[in-house]
Write a protein that binds this ligand. Structure first.
Ligand SMILES: *Cc1c(COP(=O)(O)O)cnc(C)c1O
Ligand code: SF4
Length: 361
């Protein structure tokens, strides 16, 4: 049975309602951690604070560089707009043929089903949409237009639900979207991208799991950025989905001062692998406005992934990707070990960087 609060619907919804949404709501020891209340307030006014109470229990406020707090507490550095940064770094608006559908690759489309999230990650690429406070979710007429577009474009075989976070929608609403997309014959595979299992794992209740199961094949791509996010509650949420036969993968955003460390990433990806969650992508941070303090130089990112390949098996190492500015798309980087073509073959670097001859007739 799904536990219910007395009158207010599911437990997760109550937890979501009680999330911190204003700096003034935060306990004073957390405000003290930031050491810059005006900066926090100013950044909150551009992209509001939102963090479930439970997520903050993962933090260590004795650590002035705590990675968990760094991801969720607004900071003055967000007000800096560094060179190359923009509100729409991936040129998604240009690839939006109907509202809330991004069609950038021939065979896949992204549906931005809601602008709401269970948390506001300070490094978010879609700050321009998340928490904009207009019509916050896909409407019935919007869904009809999207279904029409999908029918007119049978080359789209995979539909990715994103946002915002699709799993903050009421289950019935999500179910309606999923089942209507599933009925388009050319759509073969569904995917849901979500940070909910990391930040509001109570949301992954039996009712939700059943709704996802009913429209398989559906991949759930979760988003964990730090091993501390994998506490027992998050692990249970992942198990509930895995046990129901939903294939799980994970995306991580590479973040300076949070996870730009081979020990942290090796622990994160190793533990995800143990939980049967395949590390899929490690994202180089997009050029969203106000995120420069989280950016890791690409050269370091490549070095980190090579180090991971020495430490972990292939099933635990994600692909490092950069999403090229302006909508040119995601491409893997740092994978190529070919040094150069030589007589009768190639020189290929081994994992320690030593060139080895590989014959190729
Ligand atoms: C990332 C993305 C996808 C999915 O790409 P995969 O490489 O299959 O994970 C699809 N559409 C858009 C617009 C995207 O940004
Ligand atoms: S959950 Fe995803 S969409 Fe929402 S704020 Fe975080 S990164 Fe952005």
């Amino acid at each position: 049975m799904i536990p219910r609060a007395a009158t207010d619907g599911p437990v997760w919804l109550e937890e979501f309602r009680q999330a911190f949404r204003r700096p003034g709501d935060l306990p004073s020891r957390l405000l003290a951690w930031t050491r810059d209340r005006e900066g926090l307030q100013a950044a909150h006014e551009t992209f509001p604070l939102l963090v479930p109470r439970r997520y903050l229990t993962l933090a260590d406020i004795a650590d002035p560089e705590d990675p968990i707090l760094r991801m969720v507490l607004p900071s003055r550095q967000e007000l800096i707009r560094a060179a190359g940064e923009s509100g729409d770094p991936l040129g998604e608006e240009e690839h939006t043929p109907v509202p809330r559908l991004v069609h950038r690759y021939p065979d896949r489309a992204l549906l931005l089903v809601t602008d709401l999230c269970a948390v506001h990650c300070r490094f978010c690429t879609r700050k321009r949409l998340v928490a904009r406070g207009r019509e916050a979710a896909l409407t019935d007429s919007g869904l009809d237009r999207i279904l029409g577009y999908l029918r007119d474009h049978p080359e789209i075989r995979e539909v990715v639900l994103s946002g915002g976070d699709p799993l903050v929608l009421p289950t019935g609403r999500l179910q309606k979207i999923l089942t209507s997309v599933r009925k388009v014959p050319s759509v073969r595979v569904l995917r849901v991208g979500t940070r909910v299992p990391a930040v509001l794992p109570s949301r992954v209740d039996a009712e939700l799991v059943e709704a996802l199961r009913a429209v398989r094949p559906l991949y759930v791509v979760v988003h964990f950025d730090h091993p501390r996010e994998l506490d027992s509650e998050a692990e249970c949420a992942l198990r509930r989905m895995g046990d129901a036969g939903l294939p799980l993968a994970n995306q991580t955003v590479l973040l300076a001062g949070v996870n730009d460390d081979p020990d942290v990433l090796a622990e994160l990806f190793g533990r995800l692998q143990e939980l049967a969650v395949r590390p899929y992508y490690l994202h180089q941070l997009d050029f969203a406005a106000g995120t420069s303090h989280f950016r890791v130089p690409l050269k370091c990112a490549v070095g980190l992934v090579r180090e991971l390949r020495r430490r972990l098996g292939g099933l635990a190492v994600p692909t490092l990707v950069v999403d090229l500015p302006g909508g040119a798309g995601k491409v893997p980087v740092g994978q190529d070990h070919i040094v150069r073509e030589v007589e009768g073959g190639f020189l290929v670097e081994d994992l320690s960087g030593r060139p080895v001859y590989y014959p190729s007739p």
